[in-house]
Design a protein around this ligand. Sequence first.
Ligand SMILES: [Fe+2]
Length: 274
Amino acid sequence: MRNLTEANLTDAVLARLSECDDPRLKQVMQSLIKHLHAFVREIEPTPQEWMAGIQFLTATGQKCDAVRQEYILLSDTLGVSMLMDAINNRKPAGATESSVLGPFYVEGAPEHDNGADLAPGEGPGVTVSGTVRGTDGKPLANAVLDVWQTAPNGLYHMQDQQAEEFHLCGKVHSAADGSYSLRTLKPVSYAVPIDGPVGSLLTKLGRHPYRPAHIHFIVSAPGYKPVVTQVYTEGDDYLESDAVFGVKNSLVVDYQRDGDEWKVSYDFVLEPAA
Ligand SMILES: [Fe+2]
């Protein structure tokens, strides 16, 4: 194929997929090429703008390491992660709604029995309690609540050189009757990392980088679909303008005073796996 033009170039690129024997990869690449070419036709970037885009994606990759995932942050702040979440978690009525995983989940947090204190010696703390059950109402014994959150300084453990590994993280197991309780610290609203290309982009777009206070959970039990979600704090300044679009009404909870500490209640409901 020679003498390709604006008019026939897209078809020529699509035709090169004819030998691909992976139908899903072929479908993905057909759509990607069509949308990417349509985007370039609509925007008509200058060479300088095209290079700025290349440099942005390069910098995004270079910012990533074992504990920093700038591409997930990009996906989150563009709303792609929550769109992915919506498409992949069409849950039945009554099941706990999902929210974005975010870039700060680390597999391998320590295991704890029900009633664990994730912040021994620190306070004021908050006791988070409730039940884990199925949409059928069945209490789920030995469900695992994999929890992670920021410290009061707004940093996750891997962002903070002073913090112990897995600080304010843990896998807490529910009791025989499906109840659970854990003690942690009251979460705070925090800024997503702004020292990289995604932060620079947010600034140029006139967007703030803040997320409303939340505790992350992955709740799982044998025979049920795990839910990846976050429990948000009622009254937070950023519930309406979360930088990653993750807030849902059913996930917002009221923190109550409990002497010098706090308490909050949340029940998790999982849908059967089958
Ligand atoms: Fe978070």
